[in-house]
Design a protein around this ligand. Structure first.
Ligand SMILES: CC(C)(COP(=O)(O)OP(=O)(O)OC[C@H]1O[C@@H](n2cnc3c(N)ncnc32)[C@H](O)[C@@H]1OP(=O)(O)O)[C@@H](O)C(=O)NCCC(=O)NCCS
Length: 154
């Protein structure tokens, strides 16, 4: 894989970030959610609402050369919005982004990291040590509440 670079997102990143997330949802989540759900999920990540997210949570970006290929966020004690470009999936990038945001959570003394997994990513998170709590229903479709205990150094 090309050399990867990581940095925090700023509002200047909103358009390529929106494109990455919407492309990934349409390609990678389409097998698990119907078209209405996919359209609703994409609307959450339009540049307008996404700008608010960038301003209110820590969002990490991963670049391969000049290309934005992955992202993950942390809001409170929730890991949010993990997406890897379909062309870069299966190469360890999702795992790497998760490890980085877990480290950020540890530095913030978060002992239980929570997330709402897509049906697509449920087994991915389970493989990384996240435990199943419950399936929750949202207008966008079902998501799986999961939790991982982090070893926090106090
Ligand atoms: C889920 C996602 C982030 C995984 O990213 P990725 O870069 O393909 O994952 P990795 O290559 O780091 O995989 C890490 C491990 O998980 C496994 N894995 C990856 N996707 C998996 C899946 N859907 N089910 C089961 N295991 C999976 C890999 O085999 C790998 O195992 P290994 O360490 O033993 O080799 C990516 O598929 C994605 O963006 N999906 C669509 C968006 C989405 O649903 N995001 C989650 C929102 S909550």
């Amino acid at each position: 894989m090309t050399l990867l670079k990581f940095r925090k997102a700023t509002v200047a990143d909103v358009v390529p970030l929106s494109e990455l997330i919407q492309r990934t949802i349409r390609v990678s989540n389409a097998g698990d959610y119907d078209q209405k759900s996919i359209d609703m999920l994409c609307s959450i990540f339009e540049p307008g609402p996404l700008t608010g997210r960038i301003e209110n949570e820590a969002i990490l970006l991963c670049f391969a050369g000049a290309n934005l290929v992955g992202t993950v966020g942390l809001k409170g004690d929730y890991l949010r919005s993990l997406f890897v470009d379909p062309a870069f999936q299966g190469q360890g990038l999702g795992k790497l982004l998760t490890a980085r945001i877990e480290e950020e959570a540890r530095q913030r003394a978060i002992s239980d990291l929570m997330l709402h997994a897509s049906l697509t990513a449920r087994d991915f998170y389970a493989a990384l040590g996240y435990e199943f709590l419950e399936v929750q229903s949202y207008p966008e479709g079902p998501f799986v509440l999961m939790r991982k205990q982090l070893n926090v150094r106090l």
